[in-house]
Design a protein around this ligand. Structure first.
Ligand code: SF4
Length: 409
C-alpha cells in the first residue's frame, strides 16, 4: 500500500532539515515576499539553492510558495524572480501558485516547472479541476472547507493530484478570501500580509433592529471578552485512515511561522501514524503518545474541521495558542568525545526535569537528567544562560538535532 506524501512547512534551513529528519517527504517554503506569508522568514534565492541541494541529496522535495495575488506593479517582480529561479543550480520541484497571471509568467519563463494550485484559489469541484488541468496545473491544494465525502468524489474523477491540510491553524474565511485586515489596518491577506484580526476580541453592538431574514446572533460574553471569529486549530490524526483512503496525494502541515520544535513534533507523529497504517491498516489505532505530543506543541483547541462536516469551528473564549512545554535548547554539535554542545534558547539548571525529543523519526520524548553544565572552556555553570552555547553531561547520549524541553504547566 502506498500512503500520501507528508509535506511540512519550513521557515529556515534548520527547520527544513528537522522536518526531513522527522520523516517529511517534502517541505514548502516561501520565496522572498512573493507568497502568502510575506512576514515569515522566507528564503532568499541563495538559501533556496542550498535547501534544494540538501533536499535532493536526501531524496526529498521542495515546493516554493509563489501564491501572491499581484497587482500590475508587482508583475515585473514576478518576472524577475522567475528569471532568477531559472539561474539556480538546482531545480525547484514545484511552484505553489494561485494567480493566472503568475501561472502564465511561470509557463513562459520556466515552461517545465510543475505547478500546484494554492488552496487560495478555492477549487471545490471537478469542472474547476478540468479548467486548471487545461491550464497546466498538476496538483490542487483542496480548500479546508471540503468534507471527506466531497474529497473522495473529486479524487474519484482522477483529474488532478490533490493535497489537503491535515494539521495547523485555520482561516475563518473561505481559504483566505478575506479583506478584514486590508479594511482594518491596510494589511492585505491576499498579498501575504494577514495580521490575523480574526483573532481579536469582538463585541456585537446592535445599533438598530436586525431585519435580515429574521437572523439573530447569540453571543455569550465573559470577562475575557468574545473572540467571535477566532478559529480552532485543525488536527486530523484520528481521521488518517479515511484521509488515506480518500485518494489524496499529499498531506500538508500548516505553519511557515512555526518553530523547529513544532514542525519536528508534528511531523514525527504523522510520520509514525502513516507508517503504522501502511504496515497494517487493520490493526491501526491512534496511540495516546501521539495525542500527547500534538498536545505538547503550541495550539488552540483542536478540531477535525470541515472534514467531518463540523461547521462550528470558533473558539470564542480565547484566541491564545498554548503549549504545556517550552523548548529550552537544541543540540548544535557533538565534540570529538561525543559531548554535546547545546544552543540554549531558555535558561535551565541541573535541577530542572527536562525531556528530550530525539532527532529522527522516533516521536516519543524521554525524561533526561542534566548532571553538569559548563561553558565552552570547561568552567562549571550554575545554570545554562539563554542565547549561549554550553556543554552538558547527562544521563542520555544527546545527538546533534535533539531538542530539550521543559514542562511549563
Ligand atoms: S484575518 Fe483571519 S480570516 Fe482573514 S485571512 Fe487572516 S486568518 Fe483568514
Amino acid at each position: 500500500m502506498t500512503v500520501p506524501e507528508l509535506l511540512a512547512p519550513a521557515g529556515s534551513l534548520s527547520i527544513a532539515e528537522a522536518a526531513f529528519d522527522s520523516g517529511a517527504d517534502a517541505v514548502y517554503a516561501g520565496i522572498g515576499a512573493l507568497n502568502l506569508r510575506a512576514h515569515s522568514p522566507n528564503f532568499h534565492l541563495e538559501d533556496l539553492d542550498e535547501l534544494l541541494q540538501i533536499a535532493h541529496s536526501r531524496g526529498k522535495k521542495i515546493y516554493a510558495a509563489f501564491n501572491t495575488m499581484p497587482d500590475e506593479t508587482m508583475l515585473s517582480d514576478i518576472r524577475k524572480t522567475c528569471e532568477e529561479i531559472k539561474s539556480l543550480r538546482h531545480n525547484i520541484d514545484a511552484f505553489i501558485v494561485s494567480d493566472p497571471g503568475v501561472i502564465v509568467t511561470c509557463r513562459e519563463i520556466l515552461p517545465d516547472m510543475p505547478l500546484h494550485l494554492s488552496t487560495q484559489t478555492g477549487t471545490f469541484n471537478t469542472a474547476s479541476m478540468q479548467f486548471w488541468k487545461q491550464n497546466g496545473i498538476e496538483r490542487v491544494v483542496l480548500p479546508r472547507e471540503m468534507d471527506l465525502e466531497e474529497i473522495r468524489t473529486v479524487n474519484g474523477a482522477k483529474i488532478l493530484d490533490t493535497e489537503i491540510f491535515i494539521h495547523g491553524a485555520m482561516c475563518v474565511s473561505i481559504s483566505g478570501r478575506c479583506l478584514l485586515g486590508a479594511y482594518m489596518n491596510g494589511r492585505h491577506p491576499n498579498r501575504g500580509d494577514c495580521s490575523q484580526p480574526c483573532r481579536l476580541k469582538y463585541r456585537i453592538t446592535t445599533l438598530e433592529e436586525l431585519t435580515v431574514d429574521s437572523c439573530s446572533f447569540d453571543a455569550e460574553e465573559t470577562e475575557q471578552g468574545v473572540y467571535l471569529l477566532n478559529s480552532k486549530d485543525l488536527c486530523t490524526i484520528e481521521l488518517l485512515p479515511e484521509i488515506v483512503q480518500s485518494g489524496v496525494s499529499s498531506l500538508k502541515i500548516e505553519g511557515r511561522n512555526k518553530s523547529v520544535h513544532y514542525v519536528a513534533s508534528v511531523v514525527k507523529v504523522y510520520r509514525e501514524a502513516l507508517d503504522s497504517y501502511q504496515k497494517n491498516s487493520d490493526t491501526y489505532k491512534v496511540l495516546p503518545v501521539w495525542r500527547e505530543i500534538l498536545d505538547s506543541v503550541e495550539h488552540r483547541p483542536y478540531t477535525t474541521g470541515f472534514l467531518r462536516g463540523e461547521y462550528n469551528l470558533q473558539e470564542v473564549f480565547t484566541s491564545k495558542a498554548t503549549a504545556p512545554t517550552r523548548v529550552i535548547a537544541v543540540v548544535k554539535a557533538s565534540l570529538r568525545d561525543g559531548v554535546p554542545v547545546l544552543d540554549v534558547k531558555n535558561s535551565f539548571t541541573c535541577q530542572d526535569t527536562l525531556e528530550v525529543l530525539p532527532v529522527g523519526r522516533n516521536a516519543v520524548p524521554l525524561r533526561i537528567q542534566i548532571d553538569l553544565i559548563t561553558d565552552l572552556e570547561g568552567n562549571v555553570l550554575h545554570y545554562a544562560p539563554s542565547n549561549r552555547l554550553v556543554i552538558c553531561q547527562s544521563s542520555y547520549k544527546l545527538r546533534p538535532g535533539d531538542m530539550l524541553r521543559k514542562r511549563v504547566e
